[in-house]
Design a protein around this ligand. Structure first.
Ligand code: THU
Length: 145
């Protein structure tokens, strides 16, 4: 794909993540996060953070999008990109737990587009965001190199 098309796609995904941000349930942090996960069929799965009075059950926007997509019938590694949006100084970056879930459910080279409301953005990949990750293949000794 050409760079122009990529940019257009990423802009669309960041805009979708911004829309999802507005649906966040954040009575404790007041910090809204939105995510937009593009599957390989071209459908966007939305996610927002959903907090809880017990704090621990809080689900980040990225995981909400991923878990929703799985529950809607999408298979692991059937995704082509995810965008995340928050009101941060620089581009928002996924937490460690979400990075682990991204490693589990997405391909290592899948782009992660991180943005903020000021229009800053950064692009990384699932593998770059969690070097040395414990992966599904780590469970099977014979498959390790
Ligand atoms: N949060 C996300 O949803 N995604 C991120 O990438 C960073 C943090 C949420 C969790 C919690 O609801 C709030 O932001 C503050 O940490």
């Amino acid at each position: 794909m050409e760079n122009n098309n990529l940019s257009e796609l990423y802009t669309t995904l960041l805009q979708a993540a911004k829309e999802a941000m507005g649906r966040a349930y954040v009575p404790y942090s007041n910090f809204q996060v939105g995510a937009a996960l593009l599957d390989k069929d071209g459908h966007i799965h939305y996610g927002c953070n959903v907090e809880n009075a017990a704090y621990g059950p809080t689900n980040c926007a990225e995981r909400t999008a991923l878990f929703r997509a799985i529950a809607d019938g999408k298979g692991a590694r059937s995704f082509q990109a995810i965008a995340v949006m928050g009101d941060t100084d620089g581009p928002i970056t996924p937490c460690g737990v979400c990075r682990q879930v991204l490693v589990e459910l997405c391909e290592p080279d899948m782009p992660v587009i991180m943005g903020n409301l000021k229009g800053n953005f950064a692009i990384s990949t699932v593998a770059e965001l969690l070097p040395g990750a414990f992966t599904p293949s780590s469970l099977h000794k014979e498959e390790q190199v």
